[in-house]
Design a protein around this ligand. Structure first.
Ligand code: SF4
Length: 328
């Protein structure tokens, strides 16, 4: 089974949607080529109901194509964890679009118990490029170790996201807008990690390179708060959002994430210290059926470790940023 995951549950990401709007045939070319190579006659696309233009673009592209591979379009639930691989397979199996525990990889035992290849739109577009243009053309961008390009979503709170295609090896400081120079950024999305400006300024677009710096590229999101936005307050809002997105099936999500969100809120408003948030972030790690608690804990731990100056100011009842309003 071949699945194209266009559900983009990460709210700060827009790269898969941008591809579906601008280059839907490239995504389909890659996925159809894989389906043919694997002898599959079925291709499944999962889109989100929250981005109707994406669904429309995919539908129009499908109407323009013929072919021997039947394509089925499904709509994911508007929930952060709905795009998780097992949650997508649950949706296509007619069950709630939520993650479940699985002991076998979906590549071995996936949809209807069959080996399932599930990737996001960006991956399928890369396959499409390789099929259409060949390896030599693909290697013209990027580095020897990491050929090709990556799609990055640059986003600031309250602003529309921008999607940029950049070659691997590009300096991050050349990707970030000038207004972001000197500021920390959240790398990887809501499950990502905070990075200081010196780290960002020295980094290049690289999956292993950014992972080695402790800021994995993750969903390819660079979330840059403006100079007036407090990263502690922003983290508090994100953790509160994430705590409300769980399926409520596992203890770390049902009890741990709301408690963690409360601790980070207390920190942001000067009612609590960093210790409680750090303790809870350590407690929820590695205990969920999916990576949702781990990703949320990673975000909190990175705030505490990377932006310790801002955290200490909040713990003392102050804030280093002008707009440090009381988190609601
Ligand atoms: S860890 Fe949370 S999101 Fe993941 S399966 Fe359990 S309850 Fe659901």
């Amino acid at each position: 089974m071949v699945l194209v995951n266009l559900s983009e549950g990460e709210p700060a990401s827009a790269k898969d949607s941008a591809l579906a709007l601008a280059r839907p045939h490239l995504v389909l070319d890659g996925a159809v080529a894989a389906a043919r190579a694997l002898g599959s006659r079925e291709l499944h696309l999962v889109v989100t109901g929250e981005r109707p233009r994406v669904r429309l673009s995919v539908r129009q592209a499908l109407e323009e194509r013929g072919g021997d591979v039947a394509v089925h379009v499904h709509t994911a639930a508007p929930r952060f964890v709905a795009g998780q691989a097992r949650a997508v397979i649950e949706l296509l199996s007619g069950r709630p679009n939520l993650p479940v525990t699985a002991w076998t990889p979906e590549a071995v035992d996936g949809l209807r118990g069959r080996p399932t290849l599930l990737s996001n739109a960006e991956t399928w577009a890369h396959v499409g490029l390789l099929v259409l243009r060949g390896e030599g053309a693909y290697r013209r961008h990027g580095t020897d170790a990491e050929p090709g390009t990556a799609l990055l979503t640059l986003t600031s709170p309250g602003e529309d996201p921008h999607v940029r295609e950049v070659a691997y090896g590009t300096r991050l400081r050349d990707v970030l807008p000038e207004a972001a120079h000197g500021l920390p950024a959240l790398v990887g999305g809501f499950h990502g990690s905070w990075a200081t400006w010196p780290t960002l300024a020295s980094a290049r677009v690289s999956v292993p390179g950014l992972a080695a710096l402790g800021t994995p590229l993750g969903a390819g999101v660079l979330l840059v708060p403006d100079a007036d936005t407090c990263p502690v307050e922003l983290t508090s809002r994100i953790v509160t959002f994430l705590a409300g997105q769980s399926a409520g099936r596992c203890g770390p999500c049902l009890n741990g994430l709301p408690a963690l969100a409360a601790a980070v809120r207390d920190l942001a408003t000067g009612w609590g210290g960093a210790a409680r948030a750090g303790e809870l972030a350590a407690l929820v790690r590695g205990r969920g059926a999916c990576a949702h608690p781990d990703g949320t804990a990673r975000l909190v731990r990175s705030l505490l470790a990377t932006l310790s100056h801002e955290v200490a100011e909040h713990a003392a009842g102050g804030c280093t940023h002008a707009s440090a309003a009381v988190a609601s």
